[in-house]
Design a protein around this ligand. Structure first.
Ligand SMILES: Cc1ncc(COP(=O)(O)O)c(C=O)c1O
Length: 197
């Protein structure tokens, strides 16, 4: 039951507003069940891994080893991967580079241009529908793909598409901001130049 003078903040563009809602209600954020974030409810907590690496917070990060680990898991060479601050940064980098359009309904952060590359989240957010085998797109957003299929990627980067992905959903770790792009090395190099160094 909310107090009559409590003003619930309007939903943000991306969801994941638990902290703001908790503050408005004056409750601990742990008391909020945030269904907008759509995280894996069965993921083991990443907290112990984060604690083990807490000392590294006093240094600037070097992404080389993390990139190699992710590349090995996905099954591509290291130079096919760019690590980003969440899937959201991966989307922003690719959208700034090539723009594009979507078939609605589609994830709010994808570009809404009139032409150019077609973007498709797979499975689609918000419908949850997986792409049919022969379906084509220029940019695939696989934020939910590992959770939906048990595989890291459908493999479209191998045929020239760009793939944006995220560890956020499958490992239920939105606070870590772990995203990536899979693409041919020259594209990766181009996108990397857009990231602040
Ligand atoms: C389809 C889709 N792509 C990308 C993202 C962004 O992922 P991240 O939270 O890692 O920035 C989300 C998050 O809701 C999403 O639903």
């Amino acid at each position: 039951m909310t107090k009559p003078d409590v003003v619930i903040p309007p939903a943000g563009r991306h969801g994941g507003d638990a902290e703001r809602v908790a503050t408005a209600l004056g409750v601990d954020v742990a008391a909020i069940l945030d269904l907008s974030a759509s995280l894996n409810p069965l993921a083991p907590s990443v907290a112990h891994v984060v604690r083990r690496h807490a000392d590294s917070a006093i240094r600037y990060p070097d992404p080389t080893r993390a990139r190699a680990s992710l590349a090995e898991a996905i099954g591509v060479a290291d130079d096919w991967i760019l690590l980003t601050n969440g899937g959201a940064e991966a989307i922003a980098l690719v959208a700034a580079e090539i723009g594009g359009w979507v078939v609605e309904p589609e994830f709010a952060l994808h570009p809404r241009g009139a032409s150019g590359p077609r973007w498709r989240s797979n499975p689609n957010n918000p419908t949850g529908v997986l792409a049919a085998q022969g379906e084509v797109a220029d940019v695939w957003d696989e934020a939910f793909y590992p959770l939906a299929t048990g595989a890291w990627t459908r493999g479209d980067a191998g045929s020239g598409a760009l793939v944006v992905g995220s560890l956020t959903k499958v490992f239920a770790c939105p606070g870590l901001r772990l995203g990536y792009v899979i693409a041919q090395p020259d594209v990766i190099e181009h996108l990397a130049r857009r990231q602040p160094q």
